[in-house]
Design a protein around this ligand. Structure first.
Ligand code: SF4
Length: 192
């Protein structure tokens, strides 16, 4: 049976395959495009990243977690203590104030979650399709599939030390990681 550490390495190594990375990127881009078309209301309150307060859980696959960890801005740490502290506080370890510190590489579940009730129906459908497509990537590239709660998955990487090992070559380093969560923000001074 594959150990947790080996499994984390398998997911990270899988990112060396540009076709796999392109497929994941394409799924994220499709989500982005459909969300932009629908324009759900988002005030960038950051409440949705406070899991306990908002009462929801974010689930990710192993490849998604590896993708986010491998391509996160170098300044965004993923140490055990940080993840544990966030878990204790009920938040995401990558939340910075009200914003997402890994916005460009955040998992699909973050991309389809809005507190705008009117978005619930189409967002659920979009999330289902995205989940199926990501599972299909795991299957097609014969990469073991696990679907776990976000902080538990991050904890698995951190516990095994894999997330803190020297990273694969960074192919993406966002110039400004502090991008608001919003798609369309309300208010006169919120901008676009
Ligand atoms: S990864 Fe970003 S968007 Fe997702 S829960 Fe964490 S802070 Fe929020």
């Amino acid at each position: 049976m594959t150990s947790d550490a080996d499994l984390c390495r398998v997911w990270l190594e899988a990112l060396r395959d540009e076709r796999l990375v392109a497929e994941l990127g394409s799924i994220y881009a499709d989500i982005e495009s459909q969300v932009l078309d629908r324009e759900p209301v988002c005030t960038a309150s950051g409440r949705c990243c406070h899991f306990e307060r908002f009462g929801h859980r974010l689930y990710v696959t192993g490849l998604e977690a590896a993708y986010a960890l491998d391509r996160r801005p170098k300044s965004r740490s993923a140490e055990c203590a940080q993840i544990q502290n966030a878990s204790d506080a009920g938040t995401c370890p990558f939340q910075v104030g009200r914003l997402c510190g890994i916005h460009p590489v955040r998992p699909a579940g973050c991309r389809v979650f809005f507190c705008d009730d009117s978005a619930a129906l189409w967002v659920n459908a979009l999330a289902e399709v995205a989940c199926d497509r990501i599972k299909a990537v795991h299957d097609r590239f014969e990469i073991e599939y696990r679907y776990m709660e976000w902080r538990a998955m991050l904890g698995m990487f951190a516990q095994t030390g894999v997330a803190t090992e020297p990273k694969l070559p960074v192919v993406f380093e966002p110039a400004d990681p502090f991008v608001p969560l919003s798609v369309r923000r309300e208010g006169p001074s919120s901008g676009g």
